[in-house]
Structures are given as structure tokens and as C-alpha cells.
Design a protein around this ligand. Structure first.
Ligand SMILES: [Zn+2]
Length: 441
């Protein structure tokens, strides 16, 4: 886009005056951005630095067996097993510099191409410049991109131009793996606590934050890098909200090493009514342990709440359950030791589920219209819970404590199987009554 405002015009004009990469900057990139490699074949090595072949076995032995020195170019090479004659590798390489009052981050795409029989070549393409004013105003200058499934496929034919809105603003954010070590920064960044180290935070976010947000400055000066990272990247709202507790950490020299866990922990403290302005809670010696303890407690609470909700709902389901299953209520039989009864209320399901620690209630078996639940008991204590099919009254399953079989399992199955006529009769009589009622109406 064409620069319109005074400051945009100034940025573009300063950008045009930026120097080419210096000899030192180029040399540093060549030496540091790429590994030097020899491809090992059957009888020879191919040096990808000078493109020459040399035979295996006549080289000096090194302590590290995976390297070899090329007798042609004298480079120390990492040995890779490969029959390929070419290789190509590219990276971002950044120069952090100053132009008048602006902080400038210059990002180059640096590509090394190696081919057998030829000396390797390194190409530089300046792709993006981030310009940051002392007030934190941000400008992107870049080449255009070509149609590709990569958002940063820079076109080498295009020119560096001031950019406005983009659907892919992330293409202007370059956090290069390789940064030229001689860097300059504007005085205001230094005043706001910046001392070169990025602490794992992309400068695209860190530098403007330091220029515009006093909390970023405070966190930087207090060396709270985890909090600073979260503040610059994604959790600024949560950090703003918990600033009171963060101040307690700063006052007590307490380092928050894992912001996400710490914020989660503060939420838990708040939930359990603890004082989140008290260092005793806010600055735990073992954050992970305290976090896990409260987190477990909360999990149990949620489970209980869920159970309570279900029970409340079950009370509502009681009528529906009666309409569906009441024709079997009152059926009971015994072999002298074991008594089997039909569960005749949702509350009974809850009781059997709780006593035997299984899911007869939580999985809402009382809602199933094709089966019926019985409780096998000794002296009124549930031993197993039995599900029978309402199609043929056969046993579908019978479960004891924690879904295991009790020692009476077989006996219970026999008892139920020998009494299926009771259910059959009950169903028939109900159908008979229904028919009579229908006729009477
Ligand atoms: Zn060589």
C-alpha cells in the first residue's frame, strides 16, 4: 500500500536507506545457519561444501566418528548416509537494528543450495521488516507472497513495500532461529527494562508490549519471564485480572515458573474461598503439588455436583418410571437365603448403585423400556443387581460389588431363571386389565 500518513512516509523513506547486509553479517549466517555435510556413499564421500568427491578411509580419525575433513576445502563435515547429489536448506535470519528513532527487525530468508561438482551457494532474500516507533506504533514492510499453501512463500521478484491489513498477519511475525549477535535497540526499550534477551518471546510481541504496557515493563524488570511471555502472547486478560496476586509474588520475590498452572491454581484458591492476596497461598513452595491437590478436590466436588443433579432429575423421572414398570412392582421370591425383589423406585436404584458401587443408577437403567432391574439381597443387604430382558425374561447381566460377581452369582442366576413365570404372569394380567378397561370405555 502507498504510505499516507507522515509517519508511514518516514518509515518507507528510512527503509529505502537501510544498508545492504555487511560482509560480517553474511559470513556469520553462512557459518552458523547451516550444518556442513558430507554424503557417504559406498566408497566415497561427497562434500556438499565444495562439491568434490573423496575416498573413504584415507582421512584423519576424529574423536567424533560422525565427522570427516574434506581434503579439498578443509571443512569439517558431518557425515550423513545418502546417495543424493544435491541438498537445499533454508532458514530465517534476523538483524535487529535501529534506524533513527525506530526499532527495526529485518528478516531475511537465507537458503543454501549444494550440488555435487559445484561449490555450495547461499542466497539471501530480505522478506520482512518490522518497524516499531518509540511509542510502540507498528509497521510492516515486506515482499509479496506467491499463491502457495505456505503463508510465507515470499516472491523474490516483488519489492519491499509497506503493508496494511492482511488475512495472514502471522507472516509478518518472524521469530528467527538465527539472529545476528551484534544487535542495537532504541533507548526507550532499554529504559523499559529490555536487555537483549528475548526469553523465548517473539520480538514481534515483546518489543511493542514493552513500549506500550507498563505491566510488561514491570514483569520484565522483575525477571518474571513466564508471566511476561503469557502477558505478551495469549493470556493478557487473565494476567490483568490477577494483577493483585501477581503483585504479592513480586513483593515476595516469588518466581512464577509456569503461568498457566499458577493462574489455574489462583482460580482454584478463589473458588475455595482462600485469600488470593495472601503470600501463604499465592506463593506456594511446591506449586505443582498444591495445584494438583486443589484440582483433585475440585474434581470430586464436580463429580458430587453431577451426582446431585442426577438425583434431582431422578426424582422428576420417578413418575415416568412408575408408569413404565409398576406392573412388575411387588414381585419377590426367595430360595431361603437369597431374596430377589423388583426395584420399585428410582431411589432404590440410587441405593443399589451406591451400596454396590456400580452404574445401575448413573447409567439410568430405570429409563430402559426393554429391561427390568431386580435386587438380590441377603437380609436386606444388596448382593447383586440383576437386569432381565422384558422380551423373554432372561438374565442380561447380574453384577455385585464394583461390577464383580459375588460368590452367590450362580445361585442368583438359577433363582431368577426358575421364577420367570412370575414376570410373564404379571405382564399378562396387566394386559388383561388394560383390555378390560379398554372394553369398558
Ligand atoms: Zn570440500
Amino acid at each position: 500500500m502507498k504510505p499516507k500518513t507522515e509517519i508511514q512516509k518516514r518509515v518507507v523513506s528510512l527503509s529505502e536507506k537501510l544498508p545492504e547486509l555487511s560482509y560480517d553479517q553474511i559470513t556469520w549466517a553462512k557459518e552458523n545457519c547451516f550444518k556442513k555435510v558430507a554424503h557417504k556413499r559406498k566408497n566415497s564421500y561427497l562434500c556438499l561444501e565444495c562439491g568434490e568427491l573423496f575416498p573413504i578411509g584415507k582421512q584423519r580419525q576424529y574423536a567424533k566418528p560422525k565427522v570427516v575433513v574434506c581434503p579439498h576445502c578443509d571443512n569439517l563435515l558431518k557425515i550423513e548416509e545418502s546417495k543424493k547429489r544435491t541438498s537445499s536448506e533454508s532458514h530465517y535470519y534476523s538483524i535487529y537494528t535501529v534506524a533513527e528513532e525506530f526499532q527495526v527487525l529485518r528478516h531475511f530468508l537465507v537458503k543454501k543450495e549444494c550440488k555435487g561438482g559445484r561449490e555450495s551457494e547461499v542466497h539471501f532474500l530480505e522478506a520482512v521488516q518490522n518497524w516499531i516507533s518509540p511509542e510502540g506504533e507498528f509497521f510492516n514492510i515486506s515482499r509479496s507472497t506467491v499463491q502457495s499453501h505456505y503463508y510465507d512463500a515470499w516472491s523474490s521478484n516483488s519489492v519491499l513495500e509497506l503493508r496494511g491489513y492482511s488475512n495472514y498477519p502471522q507472516k509478518y511475525e518472524v521469530y528467527a532461529k538465527f539472529i545476528y549477535p551484534k544487535q542495537s535497540f532504541i533507548p526507550r526499550l532499554r529504559r523499559n527494562g529490555f536487555k537483549r534477551g528475548l526469553h523465548g518471546i517473539s520480538p514481534y510481541y515483546l518489543l511493542p508490549a514493552l513500549l506500550t504496557k507498563s505491566k510488561a515493563e514491570t514483569l520484565m524488570k522483575a525477571k518474571q519471564y513466564s508471566l511476561l511471555r503469557s502477558y505478551c502472547l495469549s493470556m493478557s486478560t487473565a494476567i490483568e485480572r490477577n494483577w493483585g496476586s501477581i503483585k504479592i509474588c513480586l513483593r515476595n520475590n516469588y518466581q512464577v515458573k509456569d503461568t498457566a498452572i499458577w493462574l489455574d491454581y489462583i482460580d482454584l484458591l478463589e473458588h475455595f474461598g482462600k485469600d488470593i492476596r495472601n503470600a501463604k497461598y499465592v506463593c506456594p513452595d511446591d506449586l505443582m503439588k498444591e495445584h494438583d491437590r486443589l484440582s483433585d478436590k475440585r474434581m470430586k466436588e464436580l463429580q458430587n455436583e453431577q451426582e446431585e443433579d442426577k438425583k434431582r432429575k431422578a426424582a422428576k423421572d420417578e413418575k415416568e418410571f412408575r408408569d413404565m414398570k409398576s406392573k412388575y412392582f411387588g414381585i419377590a421370591f426367595s430360595d431361603g437365603l437369597i431374596n430377589v425383589v423388583v426395584l420399585d423406585s428410582v431411589q432404590e436404584y440410587i441405593k443399589d448403585g451406591e451400596l454396590l458401587h456400580h452404574c445401575v443408577f448413573s447409567n439410568e437403567y430405570y429409563k430402559k423400556d426393554d429391561s427390568l432391574i431386580l435386587s438380590a439381597r441377603i437380609d436386606d443387604a444388596p448382593i447383586e443387581t440383576v437386569e432381565i430382558s422384558l422380551d423373554d425374561y432372561s438374565v442380561i447381566q447380574s453384577r455385585g460389588l464394583q461390577n464383580q460377581n459375588s460368590k452367590y452369582h450362580k445361585q442368583i442366576l438359577e433363582l431368577v431363571n426358575s421364577n420367570t413365570h412370575l414376570f410373564r404372569k404379571s405382564n399378562k394380567s396387566t394386559q388383561f386389565v388394560k383390555q378390560q378397561m379398554a372394553e369398558a370405555i
